[in-house]
Design a protein around this ligand. Structure first.
Ligand code: NAP
Length: 308
């Protein structure tokens, strides 16, 4: 019997209590899934950064800690977590992010606000350019960024993408490493941030990098709040930038008196760009446990040195 501790919180338990046993059985695994195993008997922990386990030291037999979130910056900081750590790459999460990014890209591309807010009898016959005249840049070409870049390229946008290492995506012009950043951003009209938060990516959008964007450019940030230097963003929104649609913030929930809420060129969405979906995530968790039991390498392991 394999003991799996579900430590991702009471609120998430009902969904996973339904989805996980099914996926584990389909993977041929004989598992005792519980929220309450004796620590030394636990083989696998399914967790979340704010989950039930914060001290991982008593879990001496644990082969893998599987995070149910894609972002791991809060969990990698836990010095008691020395077991292998996997982050979540979930088809449902990816699909949700593609939908959020595509929807907000098209809102700005088509100038939808003009008509949504302009029901005042004025015939505004503004015709938006076609997608192929709207350069889009995606920073971060991992599970989420590459899917978004490919979808936007499929819609006809000229898409540039940037990652740490050389990445190939059909129909997307890609750049790598610090030297490639300015080439990826130069003249971009819509920029999408899908980088993890690490020391290397903190404030990647700052006065210098924001100045590379086209006049009237739009930033979408479903990545992490501190990817943007907020003071530089607010200054750039004064004249150069057209809009910022922000899903993630340095402090969440975003405090009610934060200038972003009332800013006419900022849209706030409350960290809902995409969520892990228990049904599809359960399959991913089951696959990693199957790998652990058969000696195959785990999927989506976090590299502690790079922080993601
Ligand atoms: P991922 O698969 O780990 O991809 C990360 C990408 O960022 C990779 O292309 C990586 O390049 C690149 N990168 C990392 N550090 C870099 C650096 N210093 N310079 C250039 N490129 C760098 O992550 P993911 O699953 O796509 O998720 C991305 C982020 O989205 C998560 O970390 C999380 O913060 C955020 N997220 C937000 C929500 C939401 O609802 N708002 C939901 C899920 C995730 P290499 O592959 O070359 O290393």
């Amino acid at each position: 019997m394999i003991n799996v501790l579900f430590a991702a919180g009471a609120g998430r338990w009902p969904d996973y209590a339904e989805a996980l046993p099914k996926a584990l059985a389909e993977a041929g695994l004989n598992v005792d899934l519980s929220r309450d195993h004796a620590p030394e008997t636990v083989d696998y922990i399914v967790t979340a950064p704010s989950g039930d386990v914060q001290d991982y030291r008593p879990y001496t037999s644990c082969k893998l800690v599987q995070n149910i979130w894609a972002g791991v910056e809060n969990i990698t900081e836990n010095p008691t977590l020395t077991q292998p750590l996997a982050r979540m790459v979930d088809p449902g999460l990816t699909q949700g992010m593609v939908e959020w990014v595509t929807g907000h890209t098209l809102r700005h591309h088509l100038g939808m606000d003009l008509h949504i807010h302009g029901q005042d009898g004025v015939w505004r016959d503004f015709v938006p350019p076609l997608a192929w005249d709207r350069p889009v840049t995606v920073l971060g070409l991992g599970a989420l960024g590459s899917a978004c870049a490919a979808t936007l390229a499929g819609l006809g946008f000229p898409v540039r993408g940037w990652a740490r290492s050389a990445t190939t995506i059909d129909g997307v012009e890609t750049f790598a490493g610090p030297g490639g950043l300015s080439r990826a951003l130069d003249g971009a009209q819509i920029v999408i941030l899908l980088l993890p938060l690490t020391e290397a990516t903190r404030h990647i959008m700052n006065t210098e990098t924001l100045a590379l964007l086209a006049p009237g450019a739009v930033i979408l940030n479903p990545g992490r709040g501190p990817l943007i230097d907020n003071d530089a963003l607010l200054a750039a929104l004064e004249d150069q930038l057209g809009h910022a649609t922000l899903d993630v913030f340095e402090t969440e929930p975003l405090p009610p008196d934060h200038p972003f809420w009332a800013h006419p060129k900022v849209t706030v969405t409350p960290h809902i760009a995409s969520e892990t979906r228990p049904r599809t995530a359960a399959t991913v968790i089951a696959e990693n446990i199957r790998r652990g039991e058969t000696g195959a390498p785990f999927l989506h392991l976090v590299d502690r040195a790079s922080g993601y």
